[in-house]
Design a protein around this ligand. Structure first.
Ligand code: SAM
Length: 299
């Protein structure tokens, strides 16, 4: 069985009376080299003992390459129709398990405690494009001790995830991602390497999660609030952009905080890297505390 052969993929779908579901982002990979490269690169070189959480196994194209290489693969697939297909295509891999569940509703910590009791865990997925960022945020915010998260996403999303501070692709998601780990764009995959072919090219991004975060804010919530506010009005200067997200502080105070953190008042938020965002969010947090105390003493 060649799960990369378009004719065989279509035959399998026919036999199981299935259509490619657009609403689930079903664009299946058809390039064997791409599938092998993703499977080989999603873990560190010496990680055969790793276990893999796969999101959206489809008919099992990537799953079988993962199952050949790693100790255990647990996959979450939302489409109930694909479960019998996976039983058929993955039947000869006892180290593969599929759970018929929406990743956005899954309790990842419980799944990890249950299915991945020992050894390192990495995530590998050709992600459904309609929900890329929410899935990434869920994985990052879950607190699960993933070593690597390797995902195929639209090329323009990949460029955003891996952008450097100050570049046109750099955005709130880039800064948030940099807080959790280091993202690297591994390679591009042309749209005609999928069936059905999506409208745009894709790229594979590997995020190596920090074991210990190099920059630790006093409050994570304040850090994310600061990043969101800084990018809210991209064309405006940082103090102006912060005005919207920190309406309780006057613009003069916000300008003074930005200057105290070592920036010119006309800097834009997109120039700050994650270390600078952490410093800024701590300073804004202090300013809000000071305001609360002042209000307390004058009340
Ligand atoms: N891994 C296969 C491949 O590379 O050929 C299929 C990838 S396809 C781009 C995305 C897969 O994710 C589909 O199988 C789709 O049904 C599944 N999917 C979509 N939304 C999902 C969700 N919320 N939770 C779990 N699986 C999902």
């Amino acid at each position: 069985m060649d799960l990369c052969d378009i004719r065989e993929i279509k035959q399998i779908m026919n036999v199981f009376h299935l259509n490619f579901k657009k609403e689930f982002g079903q664009n299946f990979l058809t390039d064997r080299m791409v599938v092998e490269d993703i499977a080989a690169l999603c873990c560190d070189a010496d990680a055969q003992d790793s276990t893999i959480l796969e999101i959206g196994p489809g008919i099992g194209t990537l799953s079988c390459e993962l199952a050949k290489r790693y100790r255990r693969v647990v996959a979450l697939e939302i489409d109930t129709g694909l479960i019998p297909v996976l039983k058929f295509t993955m039947g000869s891999y006892p180290n593969f398990t599929v759970v018929n569940e929406d990743v956005m509703k899954a309790d990842l910590n419980a799944l990890l405690a249950d299915a991945f009791a020992e050894g390192a865990v990495s995530v590998c997925a050709n992600l459904p494009y309609y929900i890329t960022t929410p899935i990434l945020m869920k994985l990052l915010e879950s607190g699960c001790p993933f070593e690597n998260i390797t995902v195929m996403v639209q090329k323009e999303v990949a460029d955003r995830l891996c952008a450097h501070a100050g570049s046109k692709d750099y955005g709130a998601i880039t800064a948030v991602l940099a807080y959790y780990g280091e993202a690297e764009e591994l390679f591009t995959v042309r749209a005609d390497r999928f069936v059905p072919a999506p409208k745009v090219d894709s790229a594979v991004v590997r995020i190596k999660l920090h074991k210990e975060k190099p920059y630790v804010p006093k409050s994570e919530a304040m850090l994310f609030r600061t990043i969101r506010a800084a990018f809210e009005q991209r064309r405006k200067t940082l103090p102006n952009s912060l005005c919207t997200g920190f309406g309780e502080l006057p613009k003069e105070t916000l300008t003074a905080v930005v200057e105290r953190c070592g920036h010119r008042p006309d800097i834009r938020g997109e120039r700050l890297d994650i270390a600078q965002f952490v410093t800024l969010s701590d300073a804004l947090g202090e300013e809000l505390e000071k305001k609360k105390m002042d209000e307390g003493t004058t009340a």
